[in-house]
Design a protein around this ligand. Structure first.
Ligand SMILES: Nc1ncnc2c1ncn2[C@@H]1O[C@H](COP(=O)(O)OP(=O)(O)OP(=O)(O)O)[C@@H](O)[C@H]1O
Length: 364
């Protein structure tokens, strides 16, 4: 019997009146006790539907959801022992911060002293010590989400389900809160499933990430595994790799490190070029070496970590507009340069999985 959450071949479908939409198309995932799993994917790929099915908010038309081996079919939302947190926190506007955080404890008839103690502890975990008496209307967006998190954690849910909890916040705040969310989940030993469309956020918060597209899971892996070895071009593109070059096109020339890795894994592979996977070299008239290509500078942008150069590269698959990194000098638009593959910024991609079936309206 497996401990924690097991989702097996789950299908979620909506009847739109014009036919059925298959939002989740046979998904299987496991979440171990104490683990944080992110569901990552583009808008409409079925992340929220899967989360809602686990919560019991959407019916599962096929497959099973179990907790510690017990089937949750027919178990209503409030009897699953799961906590929920959404994008807009959904705080009770006329209660104080403490009133909101202790809500689940009141429902569970926790004695007053224990409630007070737990509220203080949780406000500490989310960085809001001393905020208990504040009215929620006086809080900033980030503070509200912290209160929502404290409220969701207070009854010690056996699983916390978070649906885009940070996406209503601006970028800087989101980055800070992502770190705080990770710390809060670790500190409280909470098992969680976290929905996001932002890969940085998923990498920051989760132990493992499930990448979804068209209602299916394409890959589940830890953030470093996912980044180093995306299973398909679709995963690589979604993670922010900017180009995908056939490994065979790179096998000519000398046996440098990337070639060795590529050959090891078979020539049907491709190489995903990451945001730092290309370096700009001056076009000094020297004979081209393996893994360098001619390019024309389109524009250069200064960034704190180096100059980012947009280039039209005459690469292994024809001319492509890509970004390469340069040292401290920004080459002028129109300058002819060469770009070199930087192995540290590239990944070897697995064999392309068959294209998933479209989850467009189908008749049941
Ligand atoms: N109540 C509903 N009725 C009909 N179709 C729905 C319903 N909810 C979701 N869908 C459809 O199911 C598919 C998956 O939606 P879902 O909200 O699960 O995706 P998502 O990945 O969470 O997207 P987002 O990031 O935009 O929230 C989409 O095609 C969506 O239009």
């Amino acid at each position: 019997m497996s401990e924690g959450l097991a989702v097996r071949d789950v299908v979620v479908r909506y009847d739109t009146g014009k036919g059925a939409v298959t939002a989740v198309d046979g998904v299987s995932i496991d979440v171990a006790l104490g683990e944080v799993l992110a569901l990552l994917g583009p808008s409409g790929c079925g992340k929220s539907s899967l989360l809602r099915a686990v919560a019991g908010l959407e019916p599962v038309v096929a497959g099973r959801v179990t907790w510690d081996g017990s089937d949750l079919d027919g178990v209503p939302v409030h009897r699953r022992g799961f906590g929920l947190m959404f994008q807009d926190g959904q705080l009770f506007p006329h209660h104080t911060v403490a009133g909101n955080v202790e809500y689940g404890l009141r429902v569970a008839r926790t004695p007053r002293d224990a409630r007070r103690e737990r509220v203080a502890e949780l406000l500490g975990v989310v960085g809001l010590e001393g905020y208990g008496g504040r009215q929620v209307a006086t809080l900033s967006g980030g503070e509200r989400q912290r209160v929502a998190l404290a409220r969701a954690l207070a009854p010690r849910p056996r699983l916390l389900l978070l649906d885009e909890p940070l996406s209503a916040l601006d970028r800087g705040l989101r980055e800070r809160l992502a770190t705080d969310l990770r710390v809060a989940l670790r500190e409280t030993g909470t098992t969680a499933v976290f929905v996001t469309h932002d890969h940085d956020e998923a990498f920051e918060v989760a132990d493992r990430v499930a990448v979804m597209a068209h209602g299916r899971v394409l890959q589940v892996a830890t953030p470093p595994e996912l980044w180093r070895a995306p299973a398909s071009r679709a995963v690589a593109e979604f993670l922010g790799y900017q180009a995908s070059w056939p490994a065979s096109a790179l096998e000519r020339g000398d046996m440098s490190e990337p070639d060795a890795r590529i050959r090891e894994r078979g020539s049907d592979r491709s190489v995903a070029v990451g945001p730092t996977g290309l370096r700009v070299l001056p076009d000094d008239g020297a004979a081209p070496t393996a893994h360098t290509w001619p390019a024309t500078v389109v524009e250069s942008l200064f960034r704190p970590r180096g100059v980012e150069v947009t280039v039209d590269v005459d690469g292994p698959v024809g001319v492509e507009r890509l970004v390469a990194v340069a040292g401290t000098t920004a080459p002028q638009p129109g300058t002819r340069v060469r770009v070199a593959l930087d192995r540290a910024g590239c990944a070897v991609v697995g064999r392309e999985a068959p294209a998933p079936q479209e989850s467009v309206p189908t008749t049941p």
